[in-house]
Design a protein around this ligand. Structure first.
Ligand SMILES: [Fe+2]
Length: 204
């Protein structure tokens, strides 16, 4: 058993003009694929761990043998984070959440625009490489936060439902140093149906 790079749910050019095809191709086929390859190499001698979903290992990093813990945290995080990121996007998606998630966002942030502002400023203000997230906490409330490198909120007992990659490799070809412009464009391709579905799955 080895971890596999899942098929991208749309063609490389599907998210244009917001995310260009060349960025998608390099991001998916080089960066994400690289994390999967390195993760498999790190776990080569640990078939028991290999059999588990990567999210399970990240939820309990302390249970991972110390000699490969950092590799699982970095490359396993890279694998899991990118899988969510690809699924969180779709061409021609609706521009707002609806139903239960829309209500929960209003409850936690006041209104949708206030949530969007909070998420965007967290993503643009994150120092260095990392990710911004919308997560469910233990009591079912919603929170916005960012993590460094390939760290995931899963490791803190949280349940991530929406994420944006703010590593430079996610936007530099098209947006160079203009991370806020990438974030503004990214909102146009958020797949709110998928985010809502994930939210409802986590609520149980
Ligand atoms: Fe990335």
């Amino acid at each position: 058993m080895t971890y596999e790079l899942p098929k991208l749910p749309y063609p490389y050019d599907a998210l244009e003009p917001y995310i260009d095809a060349r960025t998608m191709e390099i991001h998916y086929s080089k960066h994400h694929a690289g994390y999967v390859n390195k993760l498999n190499a790190a776990l080569e001698d640990f078939p028991d761990l290999h059999a588990k979903p990567i999210e399970e290992l990240l939820q309990n990093l302390n249970a991972v043998p110390e000699e490969i813990r950092t590799a699982v945290r970095n490359t396993g995080g890279g694998h899991a984070n990118h899988m969510l990121f690809w699924k969180n996007m779709a061409p021609g998606a609706s521009d707002k959440p609806s139903g239960t998630l829309a209500d929960a966002i209003v409850q936690s942030f006041g209104d949708f625009d206030a949530f969007k502002d909070r998420f965007s400023s967290t993503a643009s203000g994150h120092f260095g490489s990392g990710w911004a997230w919308l997560v469910l906490d233990g009591s079912g409330g919603l929170k916005v936060l960012s993590t460094a490198n390939q760290d995931t909120p899963l490791s803190d007992g949280l349940k991530p439902i929406l994420t944006i990659d703010v590593w430079e490799h996610a936007y530099y070809l098209n947006y160079q140093n203009r991370r806020p412009d990438f974030i503004t464009a990214w909102w146009n391709v958020v797949n709110w149906d998928q985010v809502t579905q994930l939210y409802e799955t986590f609520l149980g």
